[in-house]
Design a binder for this molecule. Structure first.
Ligand code: SDX
Length: 429
């Protein structure tokens, strides 16, 4: 008997099955042979929330949740955050290898020259209320780009995929900055191609009447590292959404908009906004204990804590905590940090959190930095989306090049009514 198989006995029929094990998984379609009769549909697996289901094979990002390890194409996140830049990391995540000098120069040139938006996009944005949530503006505008670039529907054309990759990475900061300027009632700022990716983003956000915006190098680097930390995270909710929409062969703009919609949820990328609201609600260190009590009574969640995969400290949270000190050197210390540190201290000692392996995740400290840098709390999920657009694109490209992938169409366990005849209105009691 081969070692790499699962021996199954169906006690309903006494039949035995040998199911191959590959990469620590069984192919769910192998279950369909397990039947009680010839007209039986066969077994399926049931996995709400996909807690134990691999949806694809990928070579992009590896996470070891128990050990708190995160690798982009095999490189530890700690080394990339320290030694790389966001655009170089974007190249690595999308192309699989670190770029040579000439490859990086070409990559940077193309992205830099796709930062402009069609002037009609400004008119489109004017339609939003002054207080529209910037994530709503971001999602809608990214989707609208689908109408400006109908060539994006040629998803089987590698050159078209490459062009949309440049356009999306180049334009998401411009869209994000325009959403911010719209909410502040300020004129839009055009991209400055002399600046870095993060520097130009700060320029489009905060340039006022000066002739040339000069980003603070510490804030510029902090933002660049934050983009790196948010770039990809294997099959999270929003990336899975990108793959599901991409599997129907929709264009990458509507797929990214769908992914960003999933990211907006407070259990996912919207958590960074909710963390700040939670810290402001707590208000002071001495009230942390009362809030923890409410969490343990199941009344509220400790936003920014817990993770489907990490059952250890999220390595990104550790790096973000370090960035906070550098940013506060420039902006001044954010007093909310003291509340966050007290929350973490108590939670890491408390049996409720220890038993459930709840640790700070990427969203717990990022919002404190964003607030210190002057971003409104509603803008935090947009900042997450800018970095994650790279991961969404990389996973979309991998999906399209994977011959095993098909349109995503799960099944269900039907517990509804059996077939019955229609009852005319006059006969209904
Ligand atoms: C991101 O998947 C990714 O990779 C996501 C992400 C990425 O980079 O893409 O890392 C980004 O989304 C980070 C997560 C941001 N969300 C939050 O911080 C919101 C708060 N966290 C929780 O909602 C929760 O931890 C999730 C959604 C993150 C994970 O939920 P799971 O895996 O479905 O776990 P669960 O809800 O089944 O929780 C297990 C237990 C439950 O208690 P019991 O029913 O066993 O008694 O832990 C409890 C939960 O109630 N629990 C929490 C909690 N998180 C889980 N209790 C209090 N506060 C929390 N934050």
């Amino acid at each position: 008997m081969s070692q790499n198989t699962l021996s199954i006995t169906d006690n309903r029929t006494g039949k035995k099955y040998e199911i191959p094990i590959e990469h620590g998984t069984i192919n769910a379609m192998q279950l369909r042979q397990i039947k009680v009769s010839d007209d039986d549909f066969g077994l399926m697996s049931y996995d709400p929330g996909f807690k134990n289901t691999a949806s694809c094979k990928s070579t992009i990002t590896f996470i070891d949740g128990e050990k708190g390890i995160l690798l982009y194409r095999g490189y530890p996140i700690e080394q990339i955050a320290e030694k790389s830049t966001f655009l170089e990391t974007a190249y690595l995540i999308i192309n699989g290898e670190l770029p040579t000098k000439s490859q990086f120069e070409e990559w940077t040139y193309h992205i830099t020259h796709h930062t402009m938006l069609h002037e009609n996009v400004k008119k489109f944005m004017e339609g939003f209320r002054y207080d529209a949530h910037p994530m709503g503006i971001f999602i809608s505008t990214v989707a609208a780009l689908s109408t400006f670039y109908p060539d994006a529907r040629n998803i089987h054309d590698p050159e078209s995929r490459k062009l949309q990759t440049y356009r999306l990475i180049g334009k998401v900061p411009t869209i994000a900055a325009a959403a911010y300027r719209h909410s502040m009632g300020l004129p839009y700022v055009y991209p400055d191609n002399d600046l870095s990716y993060a520097g130009n983003f700060l320029n489009m956000l905060f340039k006022m009447t000066e002739l040339k915006y000069e980003p603070n190098p510490i804030l510029e680097r902090a933002l660049d590292v934050l983009f790196i930390l948010h770039a990809d995270h294997e099959q999270n909710c929003s990336t899975s959404t990108m793959r599901v929409v991409g599997s129907s062969h929709a264009d990458p703009y509507v797929a990214v908009a769908a992914a960003a919609s999933a990211l907006f949820g407070p259990l996912h990328g919207g958590a960074n906004e909710q963390v700040l609201r939670m810290l402001n609600e707590i208000g002071s260190k001495d009230k942390v204990g009362a809030y923890i009590k409410r969490v343990k009574e199941g009344e509220v969640l400790l936003m920014g804590f817990g993770h489907r995969v990490y059952k250890n400290y999220d390595p990104r949270a550790r790096i973000i905590k370090r960035i906070a000190d550098e940013v506060f050197e420039v902006t001044g210390r954010n007093p909310l940090l003291d509340i966050a540190l007290e929350l973490e201290r108590i939670a890491l000692e408390d049996e409720y959190f220890v038993k459930r392996k709840l640790y700070p995740n990427v969203d717990f400290y990022s919002g404190i930095i964003y607030q210190a840098m002057g971003f409104p709390v509603e803008f935090y999920p947009v900042l997450f989306a800018i970095g994650r657009t790279v991961g969404w694109i990389a996973q979309w490209l991998e999906l399209l090049e994977d011959s095993e992938q098909k349109i995503a169409r799960p099944r269900q366990i039907y517990l509804g009514e059996k077939m019955r005849d229609f009852i005319p209105l006059e006969k209904r009691s």
